[in-house]
Design a protein around this ligand. Structure first.
Ligand code: HEC
Length: 95
């Protein structure tokens, strides 16, 4: 009984870790081709640094999708899944 429980937990952790890695890689590729020219992870460039951005996933997602001032809208160029993975990437740079 105890064994099964531990097994289930390690499987869940493993799945979280591996899917996290895949998502981070995709988001990094998108970041390099579409965001890097205006956003750095840790310093202000044209736009704010990822680490200084809003911490609310819903706000981050809405801004990426619909744009704001100089920030282009990505809702038609990226899938919802890609936008979600970018939100995860941004949050991974925040303390
Ligand atoms: C042409 C330059 C440019 C590009 C390319 C760009 N951004 Fe932005 N971004 C900005 C600017 C400027 C702002 C600040 C908007 C404002 O003043 O309200 C911003 C704001 C944001 C915000 C809101 C931050 C907050 O705290 O609310 C997010 C999230 C964001 N960008 C993510 C991205 C992502 C992800 C990409 C790549 C898919 C990207 N940006 C590409 C210029 C850019």
């Amino acid at each position: 009984m105890k064994r099964t429980f531990i097994g289930a937990i390690s499987l869940a952790v493993l799945m979280m870790v591996s899917s996290g890695t895949v998502m981070a890689k995709d988001a990094n590729t998108i970041y390099n081709s579409k965001c890097k020219m205006c956003h750095k992870f840790d310093k202000k460039k044209v736009g704010p640094a990822f680490k200084d951005m809003n911490k609310d996933s819903a706000i981050l997602k809405a801004t990426i999708t619909n744009g704001r001032k100089m920030m282009p809208k990505w809702g038609k160029k990226l899938t919802e899944e890609e936008i979600n993975s970018l939100v995860v990437l941004i949050q991974s740079k925040q303390g």
